[in-house]
Write a protein that binds this ligand. Structure first.
Ligand SMILES: Cc1cc2nc3c(=O)[nH]c(=O)nc-3n(C[C@H](O)[C@H](O)[C@H](O)COP(=O)(O)OP(=O)(O)OC[C@H]3O[C@@H](n4cnc5c(N)ncnc54)[C@H](O)[C@@H]3O)c2cc1C
Length: 395
């Protein structure tokens, strides 16, 4: 995709944008801003192609639209169709089902589709942004390798553990939400055929006392869509008091409370205890998934919200601003919306970065808060988490 030459700043030079973080948020922002004629460079700290957490994603409307508008192959072509939602009781019988067609995709597929659309020469891997300074005219960015770069706009799309956010907002730190997700993927060919058939075309839920288990089919690890080569993605959410979390994920309490921990491998000891509990608390199909998954992962759920997203010529977006509970399936679509709206505001402000960011913040802050509250409300209804209930208002 080539830069649109029509958009330039007030000096008729393309607006120079640096994005810190080359995952979903960074790539969507990069593509959206290139489309309006900005000169965009992305710096991603990880040296290799990003590897998924092995997890799936529910395709949301915003992502679908983004793919369509940017000429990226449609999400249906790289995802698996789930025809209905089915809710199980503990004995495994279906207590509610509803036709809700949804496309399920693996994180890797989304990432690779976006990554392929962004030019390699502008995507710098293995280099990290370690600091910045800004004045009225520009932002000076310091990189880990000692280089300095200058830009008109710095977008911080660095995830919840963002160092730049810590520099901007000392008090905005992720907080442990009081529960975890055990998650895993398993090849469909490994399952007993009747279980695979029962789960294959559906988004399956079990809502138990203070817990939830879900499962859906996603493409194979190399994007395969053929029957027999796809994978089931499952998650089991349950409460874990903060005192018990360090043992579960092998970190001390201070780390648990102060830092965002994306996920950890489950130890043998914990795995054994949990097998016993799975037998007691889960319907047989979920026990089956759990038992056959060799290396489940454990992901503590954190909350994060910021009071501001715009700071002169610097902005926070995606998970770096709002870390949303997973029940909303909105983490990626929120990042996409942040990106699209930013491009729109920059165009409307004719390249006046500070004005554009101010207007952008006015819509994106309420959006982030809305999805955050929605996530907390959904998890509270399931008896998960230690958060107070909120009253939900539409933005
Ligand atoms: C490797 C990886 C795998 C993931 N897998 C899944 C999955 O399977 N399913 C799912 O639902 N969600 C997954 N996520 C999370 C998901 O991408 C986000 O929740 C959501 O899409 C919002 O994306 P984001 O770009 O705001 O944040 P993230 O996706 O968290 O990306 C932030 C990026 O910034 C980079 N970064 C951090 N600090 C710096 C720095 N100082 N300089 C440069 N770069 C920096 C990180 O390496 C990361 O690539 C994954 C994220 C990552 C990073």
């Amino acid at each position: 995709m080539s830069d649109n030459q029509g958009f330039a700043d007030r000096n008729s030079q393309p607006l120079r944008v640096i994005i810190s973080g080359g995952s979903m948020g960074g790539l969507c922002a990069g593509l959206a801003l290139r489309r309006i004629g900005c000169h965009v460079r992305i710096f991603e700290q990880l040296p290799d192609v990003l590897q998924s957490w092995g997890a799936g994603s529910v395709v949301q409307l915003e992502m679908d639209r983004f793919f369509f508008e940017y000429g990226i192959p449609a999400t249906e072509a790289v995802g698996v169709l789930s025809e209905k939602q089915q809710f199980l009781s503990i004995d495994g019988s279906i207590i509610w089902e509803e036709a809700t067609p949804q496309v399920m995709i693996s994180w890797d597929m989304l990432y690779h589709q976006l990554r392929k659309s962004f030019p390699n020469e502008l995507y710098h891997q293995g280099n990290k942004i370690v600091g910045f300074e800004q004045n009225d005219n520009c932002v000076k960015v310091r990189l880990e390798d000692g280089q300095e770069e200058e830009c008109d706009l710095l977008i911080e799309a660095e995830s919840a553990s963002s160092a730049i956010r810590q520099q901007l907002l000392l008090d905005a730190v992720p907080q442990y939400a009081g529960y975890v997700a055990w998650r895993g993927t398993i090849d469909e060919s490994v399952l007993v055929p009747e279980v695979a058939e029962f789960l294959a075309h559906n988004f399956t839920f079990y809502n138990g006392p203070n817990m939830q288990a879900i499962c859906y089919l996603v493409p194979g690890s190399n994007g395969e869509l053929e029957v027999g080569k796809r994978r089931f993605n499952w998650l089991w959410y349950f409460n874990v008091p903060v005192e018990e979390l360090p043992e579960l994920i092998g970190n001390d309490r201070e780390v648990v409370q102060k830092f965002y921990l994306p996920q950890a491998e489950v130890t043998e000891k914990v795995m054994h205890q949990r097998h016993v509990e799975a037998k007691k608390f889960l319907p047989a199909v979920f026990q089956h998934l759990f038992e056959l998954t060799e290396k489940p992962l454990i992901q503590p759920i954190y909350d994060l919200s910021v009071p501001r997203m715009a700071f002169g010529r610097v902005c926070l977006m995606g998970d770096a601003a709002f870390l949303i509970r997973p029940h909303t399936d909105a983490g990626t679509s929120k990042a996409v919306t942040n990106a699209i709206e930013l491009a729109q505001e920059l165009q409307e402000a004719r390249g006046n970065v500070v004005e554009a960011l101010k207007s952008w913040e006015m819509t994106q802050l309420p959006l982030g808060n809305y999805v955050r509250v929605l996530g907390v409300t959904l998890s509270n209804r399931l008896g998960l988490s230690n958060s107070p209930s909120f009253v939900l208002h539409h933005p």
